[in-house]
Ligand binder design. Structure first.
Ligand SMILES: Cc1cc2nc3c(=O)[nH]c(=O)nc-3n(C[C@H](O)[C@H](O)[C@H](O)COP(=O)(O)O)c2cc1C
Length: 331
């Protein structure tokens, strides 16, 4: 059975389930890894609305994680209510990545994902994230080292290449499949494209046609129209990032037509911020709250004003007061 989405007279369906190695995810929808956002409090909010099959951690530095860096251990935490959880690691040293993967499995992750797509120069200048797309051999060494050390499903998340002259997604897909990777999350843009223009649906369709492991399509899904365009590629599942930060209920909206008013973001923020305060040291908590509020403000009428005021917030109390002030003005 599948979930029908009639868009422009054509029906494309979100698969009811996807099998990734031994793991079954229902439905085939994924909350993407988003640095600074997809921590426990945020993932639990997305889960509360429903419609999401599995959630990703934000990218976890294999270096910091294996050195037991306190901040990273906070970021790497997840709770019972979030499963299945895909634990994403980033780095470039095969043995260190394998150590991190082993720790993630021991911590209870349901699957391990390797970040081979992050375009941020803070990551790529160390040769990690999408910089790995320039080094198939190193990427293979990482995958093979990790594969040997974990028994949970292994996935990779890629872009299509470093730039349009080096589209390597097919080579990476084949190499990954040959080395025991169980699924590929594919954001159909090059590193150079960052978030510009539209995602290349034809690349996602091509990769899907070339592999026997599942391919999950990612990029630009914000509504039924864009969801439909992604499903048309024939992908086995879909992943959403930015739309989920603006609307944590996006999966439920797309799958069961849940309608939520922008004003509902305030109680969501209050709940999320209380959890953030409980979990993180004050400085990190405030940083997280400001990041989250900045994204949510894009869905709130008058959100620009909220963003302006955010730049003057220096304490958690001020932050909570700001939310309180705005809450009354929007329904
Ligand atoms: C603020 C931000 C942080 C991100 N952090 C990560 C990350 O930690 N790991 C990763 O693989 N991708 C990361 N991404 C990329 C997303 O997971 C996703 O591939 C991309 O945003 C395209 O999906 P979308 O169009 O649904 O946003 C990030 C994207 C954004 C906007």
């Amino acid at each position: 059975m599948s979930i029908n989405l009639p868009v422009n007279g054509k029906n494309h369906v979100v698969p009811e389930l996807i099998r990734i190695g031994v793991l079954t995810v229902r439905p085939a929808t994924f909350l993407a890894p988003i640095a600074d956002i997809t921590d426990g409090p945020f993932r639990r909010i997305v889960r509360t609305f429903g419609g999401v099959g599995a959630v990703f951690t934000e990218m976890i530095s294999s270096d910091a994680y294996t050195r037991n860096c306190e901040r990273t251990l906070h970021m790497a935490n997840f709770s019972e209510s979030e499963h299945p959880v895909f634990f994403q690691i980033v780095g470039k040293e095969p043995e260190r990545m394998a150590n991190a993967a082993e720790m993630a499995e021991a911590a209870g992750a349901d699957a391990l994902d390797i970040n081979m797509g992050c375009p941020s120069s803070t990551i790529t200048r160390h040769g990690s994230g999408s910089a790995l797309l320039k080094d198939l051999k190193l990427a293979e060494s990482i995958i093979s080292a990790v594969r040997k050390r974990i028994s949970i499903p292994l996935t990779i998340k890629i872009r299509s290449g470093w730039d349009s002259r080096s589209l390597v997604f097919s080579d990476f897909g084949k190499m990954a499949e040959d080395n025991g990777v169980n699924a590929i999350f594919f954001h159909g843009r090059t590193r150079k494209e960052m978030f510009r223009d539209t995602v290349h649906y034809e690349q996602i369709a091509l990769l899907k046609s070339q592999l026997s492991i599942p391919v999950i399509g990612n990029g630009d899904i914000t509504d039924r129209e864009t969801l439909n365009r992604m499903l048309k590629t024939g992908c086995d599942g879909i992943m959403i990032a930015r739309a989920a930060i603006k609307k944590p209920w996006i999966f439920a909206e797309l799958l069961s037509n849940l309608q939520v008013s922008p004003g509902s973001l305030f109680p969501i923020m209050e709940k999320q911020f209380m959890e953030i305060t409980d979990i993180y040291p004050e400085k990190l908590a405030l940083h997280k709250m400001k990041t989250v509020a900045g994204w949510y403000s894009r869905s709130i009428p008058g959100g620009k004003q909220l963003r302006v005021r955010l730049s003057h917030i220096h304490t958690i109390d001020d932050m909570m007061q700001l939310i309180e002030d705005f809450k009354g003005s929007i329904s």
